[in-house]
Structure formats: structure tokens, C-alpha cells
Ligand binder design. Structure first.
Ligand SMILES: NC(=O)C1=CN([C@@H]2O[C@H](COP(=O)(O)OP(=O)(O)OC[C@H]3O[C@@H](n4cnc5c(N)ncnc54)[C@H](OP(=O)(O)O)[C@@H]3O)[C@@H](O)[C@H]2O)C=CC1
Ligand SMILES: Nc1nc(=O)c2c([nH]1)NC[C@@H]1CN(c3ccc(C(=O)N[C@@H](CCC(=O)O)C(=O)O)cc3)C=[N+]21
Length: 284
């Protein structure tokens, strides 16, 4: 089998056209969706993601502010900046770009963001809702992956899903979302034994390890759906995933490329959550 490529860039572009119309309609009702992105330090990768987010906001007509703080900013000062955004009526969504410098407690910062403006879906209240299967802001990367699966009518119910990676922002919420949709979910991580054996039982294999080409075709069951979340910069400057694309493609039914796979969908779901926040707050 040779896989069909799940083009996240193309799907993102389509969704952005729909969102642009939705934003225009909201503006008629005097609701102006507005996202604030807070960037600490000048990590080049973070800067590049943030630029992507600003561009996507511009395309869809969402207002975006970027607050850049120096690497040396104190935790207290950052918390104050967040508090101000929590209280700013015109701001619907707040995103603090991760990772943060070592002297700042990431969890403390995530706790400080109003759950109503937590468009990343990282606040413990929103994670709790996700665990309970209640309506909430879905974390953008898993939400984007789900949207890609749905766009191809890929069945989830009853399927065996294997997630490699258990981070709070990707692996864990991904498993919860698939479980909610009645998949049988297995989490793998760095202490997992027989990774290849477990992975090759998956109907849906999600790889979020942050290790260039750690998974190749020998980990993929014939006909499986392979989702590559990894973003790794190679020595030649190009981006590549956690999956060795060529050999995995020969066995999969669907596969996401890197770049132009999951990454663009993550940003698009951020916009979706911002629109949702704008609608929610306006109802109050
Ligand atoms: N496309 C997108 O939109 C996004 C892409 N990313 C990318 O996805 C990747 C993962 O990100 P993130 O979840 O934040 O990463 P983390 O580094 O937080 O987590 C990596 C996970 O992979 C596991 N892992 C590492 N090595 C192995 C191994 N040899 N065998 C099995 N499991 C292993 C770790 O296990 P343990 O817990 O035991 O340490 C951990 O759970 C990165 O490349 C990141 O850049 C991230 C966010 C969004
Ligand atoms: N609070 C917070 N929320 C996040 O959602 C968040 C974060 N912090 N920190 C870092 C990770 C990573 N992430 C990506 C977003 C888009 C692409 C993306 O668009 N990638 C393009 C390539 C972009 C390029 O060429 O540089 C692609 O895969 O095609 C990748 C990765 C969001 N993250």
C-alpha cells in the first residue's frame, strides 16, 4: 500500500477561508475576535511559530497583539502582564508561548491565564473538563489532528490507537480525545519496552517524541494511519518529523508529512479557539 498524504496546509487554508467569513459576520455584531500572544526571550523557533500565528490571524481578520518580554523578565512581572490581559475586555484569547526560561514556573503561568481566555486549552480547569468529556477549549495540536482525521472520514471508534509521547500539550490530550471517541488507546514513552511491537499493532499511530526519524516503516502496521507531530530541524536547516516518511508511507493508508502536516493545523485550531472564546465571552 502507498499512503494518501494528509495535507494539513491545504486543509488549514480551506478552514481559514471559512473562519474569515465567520469573523466578518461576528464583526457585524460588533464582536471583534482578539488574540494576545506573549513571547518571552528570543528563541528563533518560538519567534518563527509566533510569526506564523500572527500571519494566520491577519488572514482571518482576527486582531492580534504580540507582547515581547526579555529573557530576564521576572515571573512576577510576567504574571502581572497576564493579569492585565485577563482584565482587558477586548482580549478574548491569551497564549503564552512555551517553553519559558528556567527561572519561570510554567505551571504557575498556565494557572494564571483565565480559563475563559485559555485558547491553548492548557489550564487545569480546561484539562479537567477534557478528562470529563465536557465542552472546553481543546489543545490545538490534538484538535488539529482530530480535524484532519474527520476531514477524511477516518473511523476512530473501536480502533487501536497508539500514542508515542505523553506530554501535557500533545500526547496526553491526544489520547483523551481518541478515548472519548471510543478508540482503544495505548500510551508509549521513554520507559516503554517493545515500542516497535506495540506501535505495529496500531490502526492509528500518533508520534510526538521530538526525535528525528525515530519511527520507520517497521513500526507501522499495513494500512495504519500515521500522524507525525514531530518538528525537528536538520543540519541542512530543513524541518523533518519523528517519522521516516518514505518507509512509513509504503505501509500506511494515510500519513501526515512534515512540514505541511500537523503544524499548520495547530495554528488554525488556535484561531478556531479564539473565535470560540470571542463568542463565549460576548454571551455573558
Ligand atoms: N506540529 C505541531 O504543531 C507541534 C509539534 N510539536 C513537536 O512534537 C514533538 C513532541 O513535542 P512535545 O510533546 O512537546 O515533547 P516532549 O519533549 O514534552 O515529550 C516527548 C515525549 O516523547 C517521549 N519519548 C522521548 N524519547 C522516546 C523514546 N526513545 N521512546 C519512546 N518515547 C520517547 C518522552 O517520554 P518521557 O515522558 O518518558 O520522557 C515524552 O513523553 C517535538 O518535536 C515538538 O517540536 C510540539 C507541539 C506542536
Ligand atoms: N503555548 C504554546 N502553544 C503552542 O501551540 C505551541 C507552543 N506554545 N510552543 C511550541 C509548540 C510548537 N508549535 C507549532 C506550531 C506551528 C508549527 C508549524 O506551523 N509548522 C510548519 C512549518 C513552519 C516553519 O517552516 O517554520 C509545518 O509543519 O508545516 C509548528 C509547531 C506550537 N506550539
Amino acid at each position: 500500500m502507498t499512503a494518501e498524504i494528509l495535507n494539513g496546509k491545504e486543509l488549514s487554508d480551506q478552514l481559514k477561508i471559512e473562519m474569515k467569513q465567520e469573523v466578518e459576520a461576528l464583526k457585524q455584531e460588533d464582536i471583534h475576535p482578539h488574540l494576545t500572544v506573549i513571547l518571552v526571550g528570543d528563541n528563533p523557533a518560538s519567534k518563527s511559530y509566533v510569526r506564523g500565528k500572527e500571519k494566520a490571524c491577519e488572514i482571518t481578520g482576527i486582531a492580534s497583539d504580540l507582547i515581547e518580554l526579555p529573557e530576564s523578565v521576572s515571573e512576577q512581572e510576567l504574571l502581572l502582564v497576564i493579569e492585565r490581559q485577563n482584565n482587558a475586555k477586548e482580549v478574548h484569547g491569551i497564549l503564552v508561548q512555551l517553553p519559558l526560561p528556567d527561572h519561570i514556573d510554567e505551571q504557575k503561568v498556565i494557572h494564571a491565564i483565565s480559563p475563559l481566555k485559555d485558547v491553548d486549552g492548557f489550564h487545569p480547569i480546561n484539562i479537567g473538563k477534557l478528562v470529563n468529556g465536557e465542552e472546553t477549549f481543546l489543545p490545538c495540536t490534538p484538535f488539529g489532528i482530530l480535524t484532519m482525521l474527520e476531514s477524511k472520514n477516518i473511523e476512530i471508534e473501536g480502533k487501536r490507537a497508539v500514542i508515542i509521547g505523553r506530554s501535557n500539550i500533545v500526547g496526553k490530550p491526544m489520547g483523551l480525545l481518541l478515548l472519548e471517541r471510543n478508540a482503544t488507546v495505548t500510551y508509549c514513552h521513554s520507559r516503554t519496552k517493545n515500542l516497535r511491537e506495540i506501535a505495529s499493532e496500531a490502526d492509528i499511530l500518533v508520534v510526538a517524541m521530538g526525535r528525528e526519524h525515530a519511527v520507520d516503516g517497521s513500526y507501522v502496521k499495513e494500512g495504519a494511519v500515521v500522524i507525525d507531530v514531530g518538528i525537528n530541524r536538520m543540519d541542512n536547516g530543513k524541518l523533518t518529523g519523528d517519522v521516516e516518511f518514505e518507509s512509513a508511507k509504503e505501509k500506511a493508508s494515510y500519513i501526515t508529512p512534515v512540514p505541511r502536516g500537523v503544524g499548520p493545523m495547530t495554528i488554525t485550531m488556535l484561531l478556531k479557539n479564539t473565535i470560540k472564546a470571542a463568542k463565549g465571552l460576548s454571551e455573558k
